[in-house]
Design a protein around this ligand. Structure first.
Ligand code: WQD
Length: 340
């Protein structure tokens, strides 16, 4: 049993990972600044696991708050770092807030790891570092390209900062590059709760079906794909969460083959926007109200993972399907909107 700091622990992926950590017998300590989540998520975690993990509201942009927290938790066995702003489009308009929040918090965490000899870090990275990949599926050796957004750049630079810190201070880290996490816990006790108008596809689909949104706009149907709409690798958030426990155990058990490792987290299967809509209509037995509009600037045509390294080296494989994720996402949406 290890005591693990989970930053952004009340967020979408953080909360699902907290559940899997508890189920695996670990003791997560959750911190979150509640800028994009609510403390009620803790109730959902407790409802699912029967255990209410420690939660503290901490602003990781404040060095003083970080120092104070680590002064009271000085024997952590590892850190899983989710906390970050993550809206690609927003980052284009607010680059300095993104660099301050996403990179400032990372540097403060790494300084505490150095000073307290905390040896294990799992970093939440993203497939966005690959940009428009030259080859598909995308492997971990695919070139990391000049980021198409400040958000993507914070993930790219974040990985570089970690590698420099490892060279100087010798701890171990794994970066997990998520493709498109979607869905919700099957219990419908926790899920994705974007504040405001959702920027990502799946919450917009379920909110349209719940009549919270008028109509889904499909951003372009003239791409070089089988039906003209963008292709992505949609992976169930519970599969993503489980991968974090496997990666953490790899570090705790010293199975890593070097101080820094990177793994793509995807299903290996691409789905187009229209296929996501068809999946939703299938699992909800309904017709979704959508229309095709112009392309969204910054969208890549296709991105889906080569999962060989995660499957063989990490020893993890995604188990849930697109239909599972869409059914769980819809169950969660109906729960929070009190729809039968
Ligand atoms: C998916 C597809 C859109 C909304 C981003 C980040 C990535 C990760 C996941 C954090 C695209 C289309 C979307 C809508 C649409 N975030 N779409 N109508 O852009 O692949 O990835 O979120 O780690 O880093 O880059 O996800 O859900 O925004 O879009 O047609 O209302 O759905 O064009 O093809 P994306 P997304």
């Amino acid at each position: 049993m290890a005591q693990i700091l989970v930053t952004g622990g009340l967020g979408f992926i953080g909360s699902h990972t907290a559940v899997e950590l508890i189920k695996a017998g670990h003791e997560p300590v959750l911190i979150d600044d509640l800028s994009n989540s609510t403390a009620s998520v803790l109730d959902g975690i407790e409802e699912i696991t029967g255990h209410r993990p420690v939660f503290e509201r901490v602003d990781l942009k404040s060095k003083a708050e970080v120092r104070d927290f680590f002064g009271r938790y000085s024997s952590l066995d590892g850190i899983i770092h989710f906390a970050a702003f993550k809206a690609v489009g927003e980052s284009v308009h607010k680059p300095l807030e993104y660099y301050e929040n996403n990179l400032g918090s990372l540097v403060y965490l790494l300084q505490e790891m150095r000073d307290l000899q905390i040896d294990n870090l799992i970093f939440s990275s993203s497939c966005t570092v690959y940009g428009e990949a030259d080859e598909l599926p995308i492997t971990e050796n695919s070139p990391v390209k000049a980021a198409i957004s400040p958000y993507g750049n914070t993930k790219q630079v974040g990985e570089e900062i970690i590698q420099d810190a490892i060279k100087a201070h010798g701890f171990n880290a794994i970066s997990l590059r998520y493709f498109n996490p979607i869905g919700a816990h099957p219990s419908a006790m926790i899920g994705e709760s974007p504040l405001g108008v959702p920027l990502n596809l799946v919450p917009y689909v379920t909110q349209t079906a719940a009549k919270v949104r008028e109509q889904l706009a499909v951003f372009g149907s003239d791409y070089e794909t089988r039906d003209g709409t963008n292709e992505r690798d949609y992976i169930h958030v519970v599969d993503v969460a489980k991968a974090h426990v496997v990666a953490l155990n790899r570090l705790l058990n010293r199975q890593n083959e070097g101080a820094y490792e990177v793994f793509n987290l995807g299903t290996g299967t691409g789905s187009t926007v229209l296929e996501v809509i068809q999946s939703f209509e299938r699992v909800s037995n309904s017709k979704l109200n959508y229309k095709i509009v112009e392309r969204r600037p910054g969208d890549v045509t296709a991105a889906y993972a080569d999962t060989t390294k995660a499957n063989t080296v990490l020893g993890w494989t995604a188990e849930k399907s697109l239909d599972d994720a869409m059914a769980d996402a819809w169950r969660w949406e109906k729960k929070i909107r009190n729809i039968d």
